[in-house]
Ligand binder design. Sequence first.
Ligand code: MF3
Ligand code: CO
Ligand code: CO
Length: 274
Amino acid sequence: MTTTDAAVSRRRTNEIKLHTAEDFAGMRAAGKVAAECLDMLIPHVVPGALTDDLDKLVFEFTLDNGALPACLFYRGYGKTTCISPNHIVCHGIPGERVLREGDIVNIDVTMVVDGWYGDSSRMFGVGEVSPRAKRLVDVTYEALERGIAAVKPGGHTGDIGAAIQAYVESMRCSVVRDFCGHGLGRDFHTAPNILHFGQAGTGERLRPGMFFTIEPMVNLGKYPVKLLADGWTAVTRDKSLSAQCEHSIGVTETGCEVFTLSPAGLFKPPILST
Ligand code: MF3
Ligand code: CO
Ligand code: CO
């Protein structure tokens, strides 16, 4: 890439797009397929399930619903989903790993529908799950909800991170620093970055028409992560359990619209106490 190309691309990626009502409709359609896909997975996430088979199910579901898998071939990634059990923080690669009773696992899917990206992930409990794992999953969902509640036009991206961090740390868990939410729309990863920690009133001003994800990763132990040799899998350095959940949202005149809510009301896993 030439310097001029870099300058042009930097300008493009630094600009935060403000989307139209029609664009909201596009995101609603993409978000719905992502949510229905995660709903579809629920009965399949059981002890003995092969992560590669879950990935294949998502691939089939994606095509059957007129969507394209966003992750497949994205920066050399070779699968449709990311599947991240236990101490894997994010970007776990589906393969020969078999899920076991007591695992907690994040499954992250991104669908492209008519050019719009719907990106969402949830936690699944595999069989009977320990109380401490349940609590971590609970805290992670509440963290996402508090982040979403902080989205208001006139506010700042930093309000989201501040709300998430304050809550998570009050529960004696930690917020992963090395990955963040991101703008999306007709692009997969664009401006703004949504940090899940930080100061209220900092960052970008929130305006109606902005689209982005909120996807906090929460650890039972300390927040540092390390990347495995495959170049994708991020794990907790202290091997503590980690959880994540993700919605794609759009800023409205009064707050925000969540594009990836489950039409069947199944976004929160049944292992949650709330
Ligand atoms: N869906 C992930 C996110 O939330 C991105 C995965 S990129 C992949 O942004 F290449 F690892 F699939
Ligand atoms: Co995302
Ligand atoms: Co995702």
